[in-house]
Design a protein around this ligand. Structure first.
Ligand SMILES: Cc1cc2nc3c(=O)[nH]c(=O)nc-3n(C[C@H](O)[C@H](O)[C@H](O)COP(=O)(O)OP(=O)(O)OC[C@H]3O[C@@H](n4cnc5c(N)ncnc54)[C@H](O)[C@@H]3O)c2cc1C
Length: 341
């Protein structure tokens, strides 16, 4: 038996802090509840949003149809040997809490992804990444409910088609799969990943030459806390735009025109540009448009100072996109999902 919460207030369940009301909402604790809920969704042809921590969503004031959160909990080791362990975790677990738990268990690989808000279940959706590491680096497989086949399926890394902030769940088959459990392959011996300059510099400044797992985790948390607004204090959805990828030819032209251009080599023949730098150079950092604005310390983050809504934020995002296009001839793609689309 399931009981939907009608006209549910989701203001505290989206990190932008928008005032959002769902026509009906349900948190499912087990697969039986999920099946019952999906049966009703199907029978009534309701639009459906799967909601995690709401930290990568721009939600409208009113969400018609149904919103479901996955409550599946638990972290357990499925297999381990001298070098590695396979760990299974419920989609409803908090991501940062899970990273901290792995640290306590002496299992390594995800330290650089500490403090990313949201749930474990949403992490594969955009293949979360930070400080030179992405989820795909440690991913083993996952269990999801396939709404098309009406059954549980097991998907491996290849099935999930991970890319830069992308996966099967985001761009190929959005809405088809409900992620229930995720499995990671983790190392028992820590090998720091310090390719990301800001992280290496931070540790160097602290006088740490050979960092342990706890020190990398700590450094990531410190850098993030110094750069990113805490959503409970200032509403935001993290990076609002993806870092655009351009051809080597376009990169060369831009570099001639803008010698300070911040960029990194990507796949052979391509470069990734720092979207935050482009937005900053277009003059948007710290800009406010009523209740919404661009964060003063990081131009890539759009914020809700209080009382803003999706319409205002998307209008600002559109203006930013247009001005970057005009100045650099580069298209910015939004990272968070707008719902309803
Ligand atoms: C301050 C801040 C910093 C951030 N930093 C980073 C960062 O460094 N790197 C990064 O990659 N992201 C970052 N993000 C974005 C965000 O935290 C991640 O994308 C996170 O994985 C979203 O998790 P969530 O549970 O909040 O997902 P939600 O926002 O609730 O949902 C995101 C998408 O996933 C879908 N979804 C959610 N749960 C499931 C499920 N169980 N099954 C299927 N689909 C599901 C939703 O329908 C939606 O399409 C940041 C956000 C904030 C606010």
């Amino acid at each position: 038996m399931i009981v939907w919460q009608k006209e549910a207030d989701l203001t505290r369940q989206n990190s932008l802090g928008f005032s959002v009301c769902a026509e009906r909402y349900l948190k499912v604790e087990d697969l039986e509840q999920l099946r019952l809920a999906l049966d009703e969704v199907k029978a009534n042809n309701w639009p459906l949003l799967i909601l995690g921590g709401g930290s990568n969503l721009v939600l409208a004031d009113y969400l018609p149809g149904a919103v479901i959160s996955v409550g599946c909990q638990g972290v357990r080791v499925l297999a381990d040997d001298e070098d590695q362990a396979i760990v299974e975790v419920g989609a409803g677990e908090n991501w940062h809490g899970f990273v901290g738990k792995l640290l306590e268990m002496g299992l390594h690989g995800l330290e650089n992804l500490a403090l990313i808000p949201g749930s474990v279940g949403a992490a594969p959706v955009q293949n979360i990444g930070a400080y030179g590491v992405e989820l795909a680096d440690c991913f083993h497989s996952l269990t999801a409910y396939d709404r098309e086949q009406d059954e549980l399926v097991q998907l491996n890394a290849e099935d999930c088609r991970f890319g830069y902030r992308d996966s099967l769940f985001k761009s190929v088959a959005p809405g088809r799969y409900i992620i229930w459990q995720v499995r990671f392959s983790l190392r028992t011996v820590f090998q720091p990943r310090l390719e990301y300059k800001a992280l290496a510099n931070h540790l160097k400044a602290e006088g740490i030459g050979q960092p342990g797992a706890q020190q990398v985790y700590q450094a990531v948390c410190e850098i993030r806390n110094s750069k990113l607004p805490v959503p409970t204090l200032i509403g935001n959805a993290g990076s609002f735009f993806e870092n655009p990828v351009v051809t080597a030819e376009q990169h060369e032209q831009l570099k001639l025109q803008f010698p300070e251009l911040v960029s990194y080599p990507d796949q052979p023949g391509f470069y990734k540009l720092a979207a935050g730098w482009l937005i900053d150079q277009a003059g948007w950092k710290g800009h406010n448009a009523g209740a919404v604005g661009v964060y003063e310390k990081q131009a890539l983050v759009l914020v809700n100072h209080g009382g803003g809504d999706a319409q205002q934020l998307l209008q600002l995002a559109g203006q930013i996109r247009d001005s970057v296009q005009k100045k650099f001839a580069v298209s910015l793609k939004m990272e968070p999902r707008v719902y309803p689309g």
